[in-house]
Design a protein around this ligand. Structure first.
Ligand SMILES: [Zn+2]
Length: 436
């Protein structure tokens, strides 16, 4: 009896709760302000969020990497309230009259405090900000530089597309994504942070010089995220790699492609550098990229091997464990998901997708040599033509001069002949005849 009453009550409760369980629609005044997962777009709310207490103190200390480059190094963690999003690396490049910023950190307050330290080294404004990729731990400080310094922001086109929207997914349009930081951090860290999107995006790798610093902003495409770039300073022999290279921790490939990652790292290896600053991690010497190189090589090789053995996706994270990285930070959180994601990608693996940068380098060198030979040949020909021309002109001039001389001489001869002094004989006067 008791059981049946309980059953009836349970059924009743279930029926009453049905609309809440099955009806996932959310009533909002502006339904278009939901993202693809039905979450509110929080960036709309940020300006009005006022936190209690003083600004979060990030306690930042810049580390000098080379003559003109300083960087801030973040914790080897995911973004948390305790680290206030300070878990990625960002850098400052010292130009002649301005600082150039590479990535701007997780918040307005972070950027403001980072600049305050740089100002002590040299009091110059930040007029240019360059961003590596769309992940929000790398660019939420943008609006500080834009509002306070009037800086121009150069960055991946995917930032504007994915955060400003509309995002085009399978024929439908969705508003921009919300950022993790704004959801995760205390308000005294996110205060004043609003999304400042990029002002300028390039299609391809671009070389430029800003305030006396030569730079190559290299596009590596879909690698760690949808659109990754790194910055190469050829005169300083520095690579600012951002998240295509990490060390001391396991990388996050949640939005990336293993093959794209390998290509990106090979593009970095093809350049001549002494220092490399990773997006996460503290090693900046010639070994800085080694862990990433090995990680992606092992990941690809082992997942492909297991696929060949017939291991299905469900068991791949048990079969490929990458034990060499067990002691690295974030191994337990990130490594299994990297393995699983790479399985999905490598099901369509094609060796031709790997870019052979060494071959490209050789080809470029050959093309350069051929061009030089061609240019030398052309210069030789041009010289010959010029010489011939000069000889011809000289000859013509000589002939002209000779002709002129002859003409002059002839003229002077004629003058002598033509103008003889003719003497008219004086006729004697008729004598006066005397008158008779
Ligand atoms: Zn990232």
């Amino acid at each position: 009896m008791k059981k049946s009453i309980i059953s009836i009550l349970l059924i009743g409760a279930f029926v009453i709760s049905m609309p809440f369980i099955f009806n996932k629609s959310v009533h909002v005044e502006e339904p278009h302000k939901l993202d693809i997962d039905g979450n509110f777009i929080l960036n709309e709310w940020v300006p009005s969020r006022v936190g209690e207490g003083p600004d979060w103190n990030y306690n930042l200390k810049p580390v000098k990497i080379s003559d003109r480059v300083w960087c801030y190094f973040g914790a080897m963690e995911m973004p948390t309230k305790e680290n206030a999003g300070n878990m990625s690396n960002s850098c400052y490049i010292k130009g002649d009259t301005q600082w150039i910023t590479w990535d701007t950190g997780p918040s307005y307050i972070f950027a403001k405090q980072a600049y305050a330290e740089m100002k002590k080294i040299k009091d110059m404004p930040v007029k240019t900000v360059i961003i590596s990729h769309e992940h929000d731990d790398h660019w939420l400080g943008n609006n500080y530089y834009k509002e306070v310094h009037g800086a121009k922001i150069i960055g991946a086109a995917s930032i504007n597309e994915n955060y400003f929207g509309p995002r085009h997914i399978e024929g439908k349009d969705y508003p921009g994504m919300q950022t993790r930081m704004i959801k995760a951090l205390y308000q005294n860290a996110t205060r004043d942070t609003v999304l400042a999107l990029t002002d300028e995006a390039y299609e391809e790798t671009k070389e430029f010089e800003i305030s006396g610093v030569k730079m190559e902003y290299v596009k590596v495409g879909y690698a760690h995220s949808e659109e990754d770039w790194f910055l190469y300073l050829p005169d300083d022999k520095v690579v600012l790699a951002a998240d295509v290279v990490m060390n001391g921790r396991v990388t996050s490939n949640r939005d990336g492609l293993v093959i794209g990652q390998i290509n990106a790292i090979n593009a970095i290896r093809a350049r001549d550098w002494d220092y490399l600053v990773p997006g996460h991690g503290f090693i900046t010497d010639k070994t800085a990229a080694d862990e990433s190189i090995k990680y992606f090589a092992l990941l690809t090789e082992r997942v492909l091997d297991k696929m060949e053995d017939g291991i299905i996706a469900d068991f791949i994270t048990k079969e490929v464990t990458l034990d060499e990285y067990r002691e690295k930070d974030l191994y337990y959180i990130l490594s299994p998901q990297n393995v699983f994601r790479s399985y999905e990608e490598l099901e369509m693996y094609d060796e031709d997708d790997l870019i052979d940068y060494e071959a490209i380098k050789e080809k470029k060198a050959e093309a350069k040599k051929a061009a030089e030979v061609e240019a030398a040949k052309k210069a030789e020909e041009a010289k010959k033509v010029a010489e011939e021309e000069a000889t011809k002109i000289a000859e013509e001039e000589a002939t002209e001069i000779a002709e002129e001389v002859v003409a002059k001489k002839a003229k002077s001869k004629i003058e002598v002949v033509e103008i003889p002094e003719t003497k008219v004989p004086v006729v004697p006067a008729v004598p006066n005849v005397p008158e008779i």
